[in-house]
Design a protein around this ligand. Structure first.
Ligand SMILES: O=c1ccn([C@@H]2O[C@H](COP(=O)(O)O)[C@@H](O)[C@H]2O)c(=O)[nH]1
Length: 235
């Protein structure tokens, strides 16, 4: 899987996506989330793949195992590189997701990698304990979800940079730690709570970073992407 920063294409239309991608002359790893996929449908994946980019389809599935298995069987046919579920759906749901992906991946093609969201990067420990009524530290909850995902045979998790090293120790260095909540130093956090810079992500155990607004809302997105990439790669 490409190691370059994963750019969150949080736009509503294909036109906006094409206009954003137009100045880039390299292969990008991009993320299509609910906003874009629910408005444009599967054709947005075809359009992005036709430009040669790698795709993380971030739909965070969370339902009963049978429903998730059937949904994943369908998504596997889109030829994306990475998909996800919510670990809170449980081990049986995650196993069903993996089974669906394996059933749906066309013969001769590589199965998309499957990761699970642990605790959203917009969640604080206090929120988790009070609203979700989880009587653990945030780190312990993330570790529990990561170990469930590992036991279910998933390829990794979504977590914040602050939990990435701990998950590498607990689940193995080749277990993916995909970390959103990335900001350039001094950047606006917006709704994110567990934020970190691209260089701290590199030093603190992320295997991949996800960056949206710091790039897509920059006055010069291509330059912002290059700045993030340089920090992530250690230049
Ligand atoms: O825990 C999570 C899981 C997913 N996301 C997604 O990543 C991007 C982050 O966007 P920014 O603009 O860089 O904040 C966004 O698409 C989220 O849906 C996340 O932030 N945290």
């Amino acid at each position: 899987m490409l190691k370059s920063p994963i750019v969150a294409l949080d736009f509503s239309t294909q036109e906006e996506v094409i206009a954003f991608l137009q100045p880039f002359d390299e292969v990008l790893f991009v993320k299509v989330g609910m906003e874009l996929y629910l408005q444009e449908g599967p054709s947005i994946i075809t359009a992005i793949k036709a430009l040669g980019h790698a795709v993380f389809l971030d739909l965070k599935l969370h339902d009963i195992p049978n429903t998730v298995q059937s949904a994943m069987r369908g998504l596997a046919k889109l030829g994306v590189d990475l998909v996800n579920v919510h670990a809170a759906g449980g081990q049986a749901m995650m196993e069903a997701a993996m089974a669906g992906l394996m059933e749906g991946t066309p013969h001769g093609q590589e199965r998309p990698k499957l990761i699970a969201v642990t605790q959203l990067t917009s969640t604080t420990e206090q929120q988790m304990q009070q609203e979700q009524q989880i009587p653990l530290t945030l780190e312990a909850s993330v570790k529990n979800y990561a170990q469930l995902a590992k036991a279910a045979g998933l390829d990794g998790v979504v977590c914040s940079v602050y939990e990435a090293a701990m998950i590498g120790d607990s689940c193995g260095e080749d277990f993916l730690r995909v970390t959103p909540g990335i900001r350039l130093a001094g950047g606006e956090a917006h709704d994110q709570k567990r934020v970190a810079t691209p260089d701290s992500a590199r030093k603190d155990g992320s295997t991949h970073i996800v960056v949206g607004r710091a790039i897509t809302q920059a006055t010069q997105p291509r330059e912002a992407y290059q700045a993030v990439k340089n920090l992530w790669e250690g230049y």
